[in-house]
Design a protein around this ligand. Structure first.
Ligand code: PLP
Length: 366
């Protein structure tokens, strides 16, 4: 349980003594790409058994000094989040559902035997960083400031047990479009590797899951695809998700389906938003298991008309083609579908403040 002192943690703010010159920053902000440039500041909060969360600072973005025996380097006790801040048409800055990220961060923390961070502190830490680096919003259409809160085991210790020290940080990266190609619809490869096993860490947002997905993802790229899709580890039959995005299927009767959160699938916030938006459009959304054979059959019969992947980074990405060792099919025309486009537009409009926010998803900065 968080103590009152932890919930009302005081942040010490040290402005960067030599922030990036405006000209250089402007150049980055005109074409930031994804995840390569970082803003001037970062948040850091320390945890140990004795003091709990303490020493909350926001200061210059800088390299960390890490002991070679630091626990995370050996046993990967690490979790993270990803969310975006937007500069809206009216100039205001807004965060999108940061409390949902805070809650999920703590769910991940519990699975990885790490201390929970009070949700208020998580949200506050993100707000403060965005506020300090409010000049770091991309100037190009569709840009945002991508925020990466994360926590790692920082104890200098090689024994196998939960660390007794942790560091929580937040860094910010100006972001353009996630998919470099900007392709209208992606092609995906059905991996023979699996991402998450029953009762494993599939529902936690931990670095280890990503480490395990790199070979399958590289294989997909080598075979000429954009992304990899994983089947369940037990039966190698049920469609789970992509390496870092959830998946939706759209049928010709106007219904949608997304795989049930069984514990091996990451509970995406974008997935959740789209379910709400689709239901409000009067569409029926089912959470069910969906097999790879059914997927092929429905695509070939025309019953499946659209398919898309979703996540914070790319929002919504249409899936046009699917290929595996012994199957290959196209969904609809192979291009982006209508409903996919409409749902994306609706979500982006709420995020960017060009449409009302009936769900209370948007948190304005001040
Ligand atoms: C983060 C993530 C998602 C998408 O979650 P969002 O909250 O929508 O960004 C989906 N799958 C995996 C494996 C993830 O790590």
């Amino acid at each position: 349980m968080a103590t009152v002192a932890e919930k009302t943690l005081q942040f010490t703010h040290t402005p960067h003594p030599s922030p990036m010159p405006a000209e250089q920053r402007a150049q980055i902000l005109s074409d930031p790409g994804f995840g390569t440039s970082f803003s001037d500041h970062m948040v850091m909060i320390e945890w140990d058994e004795e003091r709990g969360w303490h020493d909350a600072t926001i200061g210059p973005y800088r390299p960390l000094q890490i002991d070679p025996a630091c626990a995370v380097l050996h046993y990967a006790q690490e979790i993270f989040e990803g969310l975006k801040a937007y500069r809206r048409a009216d100039g205001e800055i807004a965060l999108f559902r940061p409390e949902a990220n805070a809650a999920r961060f703590n769910a991940s923390a519990r699975r990885l035997a790490m201390p929970e961070l009070p949700e208020e502190v998580f949200v506050e830490s993100v707000r403060r960083l965005v506020s300090a680096d409010r000049d770091w919003f991309p100037t190009l259409e569709g840009g945002s400031l991508y925020l990466r809160p994360f926590m790692f085991a920082s104890e200098k210790f090689l024994g196998v047990r939960p660390s007794k020290q942790y560091k929580y940080l937040v860094i910010a990266s100006p972001a353009g479009n996630y998919f470099k190609s900007g392709a209208p619809a992606v092609s995906i490869w059905v991996s023979q590797y699996t991402r998450a096993a029953p009762s494993g860490t599939g529902a936690a947002k931990c670095g280890g899951n990503y480490a395990a997905s790199l070979v399958p993802q590289a294989e997909a790229i080598a075979r000429g695809h954009d992304q990899v899709v994983f089947l369940d580890a037990e039966e190698r039959k049920w469609v789970e998700e992509l390496g870092g995005m959830n998946v939706y299927f759209v049928f010709d009767d106007g219904t949608l389906l997304t795989p049930t959160l069984t514990g091996t699938i990451l509970p995406g916030i974008t997935r959740d938003c789209l379910m709400t938006l689709a239901r409000d459009e009067g569409l029926s959304v089912r959470e069910e298991r969906y097999s790879i054979e059914q997927w092929r059959e429905d695509a070939n019969s025309g019953r499946l008309v659209e398919c898309f992947a979703c996540g914070t980074a790319a929002v919504v990405t249409p899936v046009g083609r699917v290929e595996g060792p012994d199957l290959s099919f196209t969904i609809g025309s192979g291009g982006p579908g209508q409903l996919t486009g409409k749902l994306k537009e609706r979500l982006v409009a709420i995020q960017r403040g060009t449409a009302p926010d009936p769900y209370g998803w948007v948190t304005k900065l001040d």
